[in-house]
Write a protein that binds this ligand. Sequence first.
Ligand code: MG
Ligand code: ZN
Length: 221
Amino acid sequence: MTIPPRLVEVREKILKQNDLLAQSLRQKFEKSGVYVISLVSSPGSGKTKLLEKTLSWMYQKYSVAVLVGDLATDNDAIRLSSTNALVKQIITGTICHLDAQMVENALKDWDLKSLDCLFIENVGNLVCPSSYDLGEALRIVLMSVTEGEDKPLKYPTIFNTADIAVITKLDLAKAVEFDFLLAYKNIQAVRPGIKVFELSAKSGQGMDEWLEFIQKLLQKG
Ligand code: MG
Ligand code: ZN
């Protein structure tokens, strides 16, 4: 007698439901003309900091909103609200990732048609966010120089599901003797051909290229 793999089945069912909802969200985003970008990384890689700088710049030209996921606290939403963007915190409690249902719920009272761009900052976690499609047009994975060059090798799936990689905290690279060649080699090993940005939201280094890229995305979208 074989024991049915119940947990696996339940998990697969949840993921399938999530994919269906994510698909309908994606269609809704496209129809509303809002370009959706999600950010994933481990905790403390600088997602919120990068968004703060990005939103402060975008605010003058675009109508931008942010959903920010955390297990607890609305600290990040408070930080981001100073940018004048529309901000909503999703507190996930014990759940260590965002899913499409949480995104749909959070968007209920927002007029998507009035937005040009929506950022979704996922919970800091390099594992399960990779399994949950949120309906985004673009997924960005961040890794800071302080995390070490082997992050992509340890968490290949999240790098594999990302469209763009960003190496953050460039201002600390020298202090931690970050090996750029090795980092690039590791990123390309798990996700060949991915475009990589290097920047420091703190010092501003690399931010021009980044903002130009975002602007081009919105022109296309
Ligand atoms: Mg954050
Ligand atoms: Zn999770």
